[in-house]
Design a protein around this ligand. Structure first.
Ligand SMILES: NC(=O)c1ccc[n+]([C@@H]2O[C@H](COP(=O)([O-])OP(=O)(O)OC[C@H]3O[C@@H](n4cnc5c(N)ncnc54)[C@H](OP(=O)(O)O)[C@@H]3O)[C@@H](O)[C@H]2O)c1
Length: 238
């Protein structure tokens, strides 16, 4: 059987690193990505650069010998953007957040869908969105919630429009997960109070989110395409 190739964005640490390890353990050839090329298997490209997504895709295709089967849109950034900043600072932060968390994922999804349609191949996309897509976020994170909600709209559209062509799309909405991203937030907004809001009594682990991502990428039934899976310790039950 042909070995499947996956492109995983934001694979240098946190959830992306766990997904990379878990996919490799299932025999998948994984092409990673981060802001910098930290090793030979990681493509370095800062997603605030509008040329980044195309460069990542072309490099990944090269490394995958012209073939990518799975795209995991995981890279993300969660930086405070208080409304009291100057107009231009606030707008700059908004645009960076939208580009990293939404536009780059949309561009890579477009390249992937075209690749599969043109090659008459099947493929799967897994989007790592956020609980914030449905619940909203803090006063400093309008941009993050808006980007993740946009990602869910993107995901549902791809699922509905390309299922008949064998292209499946799945989305995961983690709540707080034990990575640097959540650590900064919990520290800045009072960890114990926020934890009290999670019936499970703890944040998710990157390995738990990776288990879900691998399931979506390799095992989930095709009929599940378009689904959004929550992982938030019942802190937001829809
Ligand atoms: N942790 C949570 O509580 C939580 C909750 C809900 C959703 N999520 C989502 O889960 C995904 C992974 O989050 P995480 O917690 O694992 O985050 P993390 O530990 O902060 O890692 C973020 C990853 O994204 C990459 N990245 C960030 N900014 C980038 C940029 N401008 N250009 C290219 N790459 C960039 C980082 O690369 P470098 O190492 O090079 O910086 C890193 O690989 C994100 O989409 C996040 O929104 C996380």
């Amino acid at each position: 059987m042909t070995q499947l190739t996956a492109l995983v964005t934001g694979s240098s640490r946190g959830i992306g690193a766990a997904i990379r390890t878990a996919l490799a353990a299932r025999g998948i050839k994984v092409i990673g990505h981060a802001t910098k090329a930290i090793d030979a298997e990681t493509i370095g490209a800062d997603l605030t650069d509008p040329t980044a997504a195309a460069r990542i895709w072309e490099t990944a295709l090269d490394r995958g010998n012209g073939r990518i089967d799975l795209l995991i849109n995981n890279a993300g950034q969660f930086q405070a953007n208080p409304i009291g900043l100057s107009d231009i600072e606030w707008l700059d932060n908004w645009e960076d957040a939208l580009r990293i968390n939404l536009t780059a994922a949309a561009e890579l999804s477009r390249f992937a869908v075209r690749h599969w349609l043109e090659g008459e191949r099947t493929g799967r996309i897994v989007h790592v969105a956020s609980r914030a897509a449905y619940r909203g976020d803090s006063p400093d994170h309008w941009h993050y919630a808006a980007a993740k909600a946009g990602m869910i709209g993107l995901h549902k559209t791809i699922a509905r429009q390309y299922a008949a062509k064998g292209i499946m799309s799945y989305a995961i909405c983690p709540g707080f997960t034990d990575t640097a991203m959540a650590g900064d937030y919990l520290a800045s907004r009072g960890g114990p109070g926020l934890l009290a809001d999670i019936p499970l009594g703890r944040v998710a682990t990157p390995a738990e989110i990776a288990t879900m991502a691998v399931f979506c990428a390799l095992d989930a039934p095709e009929s599940m395409t378009g689904a959004v899976l929550d992982a938030n310790g019942a802190s937001y039950v829809r």
